[in-house]
Design a protein around this ligand. Structure first.
Ligand SMILES: CC(=O)N[C@@H](C)C(=O)N[C@@H](C)C(=O)N[C@@H](C)C(=O)O
Length: 730
């Protein structure tokens, strides 16, 4: 075999184990400025990381702290202050604004029962540990990014968080009554009260939840802990037709501002779906009066209060339509109660190259100290950059576009000290800090690395740009181009042509930015080239690019990927007899389309939780609107099955071409997938079996759409690599 590909399973596993060690940065907080007696200033940087532990079969979360000496505008010295500490059981944590206290929501199992505690730490003492489970004021605390929050009041006397609404105990009509209580004591009184609150016939009522990644999260409520009084109250006044989340304290702690998502007539999947009808609200703590701050005709997210507590920026996009779109950055003036658009949607990038805002979540803090600028990390074509927005002028400046690092993520900013994670396809995440230059200055940010990582010299990467041929131009949205990341081994032996693995992203409205990808890095170290295609419809290229795809899935996206592959194969670097295709979700949809529409071209196919039949998916997915929109139809909540629509859906689905498939297919399915139900993969699996096409199906219990648990991810990789090797060199 004239190749340089690693094929021995033990060697592959060793490579995977080596590269899976690199942790990812999930959070950073900047502590208060401390001035030493000699006038030196320093701040503590608290960071949280996540790392795969293949032996414990879990993602391990740990923290590490650093100290940064500065003069409020530049870093003088920095270094780690201690080693890493695993943080197990901590659902949420947050230092108080002064840094004097820390709140922790902790989950632990006591005598076989899961319980949740809200802890208040000060210096070296755990001052309070409130058993939230025993209080029975609400259900489980929300720890997710969609609804969850843990916020200190400005006064540091109250804590705000989100939990599941308390549901009365349900019992059968035929359950025997508890024996008459002999004596009335506190305990008995509690049991008696609970008996009264118990309802019959409600044990099996269906409670819809918010879908994939939010299973069991149905009715969030805003909760406030009065730290002095040790009592928890559920905020009144939130309208019954909305689910609140992403809450924070209003100026002066007079009340709470939050995002409310409409959940009538029913809930649709919310994860990766920022296009759900939602508004900003304010609920007054005293009277419980609730006020809607934004129009209610759009979808909003990530409200962030300015340091001077005068304005709130937030992201806004249209309701329904493509699930990820170009957002507007809007602002609500707390005192005039007026909203304004700071940065509008970008249909086509202009000369300045700014392609629009595609972030679905702003960083925890994103304001400059002067309350004039906002920092946003978001995709700009195939990179992810830090953008500085001047909220007075709406001007957008990239702080990182000249960098050779492909992906920058703002973790936090406090008093203009930015904490970022940055990485590239050949460089795992690094932790850096740097001061935001003064407003209107032309200075570049001076970045200081707190935690470095070495560039992998064996990996080379580049961004390729493609212009579709005239016959594939979109007449409604003409002149659009698209890109792909090409990741390949730096050293290639003479005479060796590289095998190529083609990977279209899912979404379809998402994007591959030049970030660190574990799978692509290991495949590259094994000797494969990997082509990660950002076909038309990807985010980061303007709203027109996104709008060009709905109604054209299964043709435009498929042709874009094939055009990119055939363009790359025109060179003599790659072996066109050794091309595989691999994708997940909509990327799996494309992988299955490609082997059906180009029979024999791909020698192996891997498909993770693929969409294989839009017509059969619409009735079982948590995002039925996605099926309608991507098939080219408008969605309304009262829409009903229509044979003509189903016919169109079927015609745009990979299952339509399954009779042409010759390529061996590996399917990997998550048992708990609410997004693309596993029956989609099974439908395709059976069709291949019936045609006697080599097919293998891996079924991962306890895994959902992302198949991101350590077992599924590591086992999945090994099987993917060996499947490709088996069929590219048979
Ligand atoms: C961009 C995005 O995620 N859109 C959502 C509506 C979504 O879940 N789409 C799926 C069909 C999908 O393709 N998801 C991709 C991102 C995946 O890899 O899971």
């Amino acid at each position: 075999m004239n190749s340089q590909v690693v094929t021995n399973p033990e060697d592959i596993a060793r490579l995977y184990r080596e590269l899976s060690l690199f942790p990812s940065l999930s959070r950073a907080d900047v502590g208060p400025v401390v001035t030493s007696q000699y006038g030196g200033k320093y701040s503590n940087i608290y960071t949280e990381w996540s790392q795969r532990d293949l032996d414990r079969n879990e993602n391990v979360n740990f923290c590490r702290q650093y100290i940064v000496f500065h003069d409020d505008k530049s870093v003088v010295y920095s270094g780690a202050s201690g080693n890493c500490t695993e943080i197990k059981g901590e659902l949420q944590s947050k230092d108080s604004p002064s840094g004097d206290m820390k709140a922790v929501v902790r989950e632990c199992t006591i005598k076989g029962e899961d319980k949740q505690f809200l802890e208040i730490w000060s210096k070296n003492i755990k001052m309070k540990s409130i058993n939230l489970t025993a209080l029975k004021k609400h259900g489980k605390v929300y720890e997710d990014d969609q609804f969850g929050c843990l916020v200190w009041s400005h006064s540091e006397t109250h804590l705000l968080y989100v939990a599941e609404r308390k549901r009365p105990k349900a019992k059968s009509f035929f359950q025997s009554e508890s024996p008459e209580l002999s004596s009335i004591g506190d305990e008995e009184e509690t049991v008696r009260r609970e008996e009264k609150e118990t309802v019959k016939g409600e044990q099996f009522v269906f409670h819809e939840d918010w879908g994939e990644g939010l299973v069991g999260k149905s009715c969030p409520v805003l909760c406030v802990l009065d730290i002095e009084g040790d009592n928890v109250s559920v905020l009144e006044g939130v309208p019954d037709n909305i689910s609140p989340g992403q809450a924070f304290w209003a100026p002066g702690d007079t009340g709470v501002v939050f995002v409310g998502w409409l959940h009538e007539p029913f809930r649709l999947g919310l994860k990766f779906c920022p296009n759900r009808s939602s508004s900003l609200y304010y609920v007054d703590l005293t009277g419980g009066k609730c006020e809607q701050l934004t129009s209610g005709t759009s979808a909003v997210s990530s409200p962030r209060l300015s340091p001077d507590q005068c304005r709130i920026v937030y992201l806004e996009c249209a309701v329904f339509g493509p699930h990820m779109q170009c957002s507007r950055l809007c602002m609500f003036d707390w005192y005039t109660k007026k909203t304004s658009v700071v940065v509008d949607m970008v249909n086509r990038p202009g000369e300045d190259g700014f392609t629009g805002i595609y972030s679905s979540q702003l960083s925890r803090q994103c304001w400059s100290a002067d309350s004039q600028r906002v920092i946003i990390s978001c995709p700009q074509r195939s990179r992810k950059d830090l953008l500085m927005v001047d909220t007075s002028t709406g001007s957008v400046t990239s702080l990182t576009s000249k960098s050779d690092v492909g992906s920058w993520c703002l973790l936090n900013i406090e008093r203009d000290l930015m904490v970022v994670s940055c990485s590239s396809p050949n460089c795992p995440p690094r932790l850096r800090v740097g001061f935001l230059p003064p407003r209107d200055s032309q200075e570049e940010v001076v970045w200081v690395t707190l935690e470095d990582s070495q560039i992998l010299p064996e990996i080379d990467w580049q961004i390729l740009t493609f212009t579709p041929p005239p016959e594939q131009d979109n007449s409604q949205y003409p002149g659009l181009d698209f890109e792909a990341l090409l990741i390949k081994p730096k050293e290639v032996k003479d005479g060796v042509k590289l095998p190529l693995i083609v990977t279209p992203h899912g979404g379809p409205h998402s994007v591959f930015v030049a970030d660190w990808f574990l799978y692509s890095s290991v495949l590259c170290r094994m000797g494969f080239a990997v082509l990660m295609v950002n076909y038309r419809g990807s985010t980061g290229y303007g709203q027109d690019n996104i709008l060009s795809l709905p109604g054209n899935v299964g043709t435009q996206d498929v042709k874009d990927v094939q055009f990119a592959v055939e363009s790359v194969l025109k060179g003599d670097e790659f072996d066109m007899q050794k091309v595989a295709v691999s994708g997940g979700s909509h990327g799996g949809f494309l992988a299955c389309h490609l082997i059906g529409q180009y029979p024999g071209f791909y020698k192996a196919c891997v498909s993770r939780n693929p969409v294989t039949n839009l017509a059969s998916m619409i009735g079982s997915t948590d995002i039925p609107d996605w099926c309608m929109v991507e098939a080219g139809f408008d969605y309304t909540t009262d829409c009903l099955p229509d044979p003509a629509v189903w016919e169109q859906m079927l015609n745009k689905s990979p299952i339509r071409y399954v009779t042409q498939v010759q390529t061996p297919v590996l399917l990997t399915l998550g048992e708990d997938d609410k997004r693309v139900p596993s029956k989609q993969g099974i439908e395709y699996y059976r069709a291949l079996q019936a045609k006697k096409v080599p097919v293998r199906l891996l079924w991962y219990p306890g895994n959902n759409h992302s198949l991101s648990k350590v077992d599924a991810e590591s086992d999945g990789f090994m099987n993917i690599a060996l499947w490709i090797i088996q069929h590219l060199w048979k």
